[in-house]
Design a protein around this ligand. Sequence first.
Ligand SMILES: [Fe+2]
Ligand SMILES: [Fe+2]
Length: 245
Amino acid sequence: MAGKDFPYNFDVRADPVFQESIKPFIEDELLRLKQFDEKRIAWAKANLPPDYKVNYLFHSHAFRVADDMRRTAAHMGQPEHVCENLYWAMLAHDIGKSRLPVDLWDMIKKPENAIKAQRRSHTDEGEKAVGAALDFKHSFIDLMTDIMRNHHEQMDGNGHRGLKGSELSPAVRLACIIESFDGYAIARPHFGDRDISIEGVLKRMREEKGAAHYDMNLFEAFAETKMTGYKNVKDMSKPWTSLKS
Ligand SMILES: [Fe+2]
Ligand SMILES: [Fe+2]
């Protein structure tokens, strides 16, 4: 597990190893994810009804959630370099998906447990891909793989690997919330007429999932960020500075 604080002890913007080796790796992987999305669209066109739309694109999801990480951290008053570290780490969180079969992701019905478990193995696949490409120690790699491995956990230990909240770093806890939100906010066929507005998704997360799933201190910081929008980091940096609870 990573430390108890957000990632302070490095700055991706000024780190030559990150700039020369790690950043190009992430950029290549995002391109690969984009190509994978294109394959999914082609697969869905050939195999699913003509009105099916692949609207949960992994490539754009990566940018949305990375942006939400950065904005929420800024809203909480975290220094800029921490926000940037979190942004880049979150961008890479789902790269393992491109290692799994293309026909696993798009379906009319809610996926069964076996399919869900196979999908969740993207967390391991991502970590393997990092290990194969970046064979050296670096604090950013620790952060990136922590988020990659653990972003489908729950505070009560009923998530993908069964880790409890006390075993999850603040960066992972926030990633779990932001990941969940984005998943619920994109229309899918099995959602029916569920309210997927920002308010609707936050309400559902707060009332139906709550503290069993999420660190509610971080959840409210994220919810406030989503509701007010990110305008001025300095104006909005007051209430969310403690991560001790
Ligand atoms: Fe994921
Ligand atoms: Fe994700």
